[in-house]
Design a protein around this ligand. Structure first.
Ligand SMILES: NC(=O)c1ccc[n+]([C@@H]2O[C@H](COP(=O)([O-])OP(=O)(O)OC[C@H]3O[C@@H](n4cnc5c(N)ncnc54)[C@H](O)[C@@H]3O)[C@@H](O)[C@H]2O)c1
Length: 396
């Protein structure tokens, strides 16, 4: 039996995947409301294919509880934030979960940490918790992307770090029950480092695109066209600029490296700052567009999108929330994926939102917007996501 600890965006699909592939699974979360929702047969967030996977897992006998179970294998998938001052990982959730596992698990149990952690975290914070108890520690970081989680769980390759290669192979076999991708077995610190570096690579490349957007705007040039042409070079692949970076990974994990290795990470530090400044750049552009179009009141500006990326309902660290936090003006806000009441002046009716928005700022390129282009006629549009292709809009 596998006890999955933490049933959020990562733990829940992982637990469901295992259970729907013949593994006996108990999912544990200390959030009672969440566990009650799952026990009522409802999923807790929306994601392509999740409902179907949930039904298969229920048929496979998955159970949800707030209790930890005594078993041979645990998968820990709890949050790993960073400390805003030191930039270092805050391991409190991982430590809390492992302490509870250790209080109940038998000798020789395997504890798999799936949460993303900075290199050395398991040695520094988890291993000392084991004391004299014989426990096998494993790190199996997750790579899936919200919006395509179910597909990627099955098809991505993955990394497993273990002290003992035989245990690594045993856990590889467990993940192979559903994972069709290559599974590399390595040591724990290498697995920790690779996961953080993968997200850091993304952050640095996004920062490069964002810097180009600022530079091209200053020069009055079209960054889209420039990137399109540059990417025709066989060894160039520039990403798209945007209004900032959100989610639980890319705006967080690279800071772990900055916190632990400040003298070795000037590029990463600068990249994170560039990405963090993008909501301010968007705000400045909004102010200039308002001036250019004779709009003096922020209540005539509509921000479309509250989530951190398109077609998901995850709002964590979203650029729109960052913008609103730093510039709490009377913007109207609308997001088809997010229920009302999250922020001030949030419309739940799209037509009503459009009526208020002389200037429409596309903060998220949800598919919904692309089906409504006729309704956007006559609006001044600032598209920070390059979502409205072929339309006459201002771009980032
Ligand atoms: N969300 C992503 O896209 C993504 C992708 C790859 C990796 N990760 C990593 O996966 C980890 C989990 O992220 P997430 O997005 O699933 O977080 P989440 O906040 O969605 O879920 C975490 C869950 O853990 C529960 N929890 C916390 N401490 C607990 C404890 N001691 N016992 C029982 N339950 C506990 C919380 O109630 C919550 O439901 C993080 O390290 C994250 O960096 C996330």
């Amino acid at each position: 039996m596998v006890n999955v600890i933490g049933l959020g965006y990562i733990g829940l699909p992982t637990a469901l995947m295992l259970a729907s592939h013949g593994v006996e699974v108990v999912g544990t979360d200390y959030n009672e409301t969440l566990v009650q929702t799952l026990n009522r047969g409802q999923t807790t967030f929306s994601e392509d294919g999740l409902e179907q996977l949930f039904a298969q897992a229920l048929a496979g006998g998955i159970r949800f509880t707030t209790e930890y179970r005594s078993t041979e294998v645990y998968i820990v998938s709890v949050p790993t934030p960073y400390d805003k001052d030191s930039k270092r990982i805050d391991p409190c959730y991982v430590v809390g979960a492992v302490e509870k596992v250790l209080s109940i698990c038998p000798e020789n149990a395997v504890i798999v940490i799936e949460s993303t952690v900075s290199p050395g975290t398991i040695d520094r914070y988890v291993r000392p918790l084991c004391g004299g108890k014989k426990i096998h520690l494993v790190h199996a970081p997750e790579r899936i992307i919200p919006g395509n989680m179910v597909y990627e769980l099955e098809h991505n390759s993955r990394t497993i770090g273990a002290d003992d290669p035989a245990i690594g192979l045993r856990i590889k076999e467990l993940y192979s029950s559903f994972c069709k991708g290559d599974i590399v077995v390595t040591d724990i610190k290498t697995a920790e480092m690779t996961k953080v570096i993968e997200n850091t690579y993304r952050a640095v490349n996004i920062a490069f695109a964002n810097e180009l957007a600022k530079l091209c705007h200053y020069e009055g040039m079209n960054v889209d066209e420039i990137i399109r042409i540059c990417n025709m070079h066989p060894r160039v692949n520039i990403l798209s600029p945007g209004p900032g970076v959100g989610g639980h990974c890319i705006p967080v994990d690279p800071w772990f490296l900055v916190g632990d290795y400040p003298q070795h990470t000037p590029l990463i530090t600068q990249s994170m700052k560039i990405n963090e400044e993008m909501p301010d750049f968007v705000f400045e552009r909004i102010c200039k567009l308002m001036e250019a179009h004779g709009i003096s009141d922020f209540s005539e500006v509509g921000l479309y999108g509250l989530t951190y990326k398109e077609d998901v309902d995850d709002i964590r660290e979203s650029p729109t929330l960052q913008l609103l936090e730093r510039h709490p003006e009377a913007f109207h806000v609308y997001d088809p994926m997010v229920c009302g009441g999250l922020v001030a002046n949030q419309d739940t009716d799209f037509a009503n939102f459009l009526q208020h928005s002389r200037l429409l700022v596309v903060m998220v390129g949800h598919s919904h917007l692309k089906t409504c282009t006729e309704e956007l006629e006559g609006k001044v549009i600032f598209d920070t996501r390059h979502a409205l292709k072929g339309m006459d809009v201002y771009r980032i």
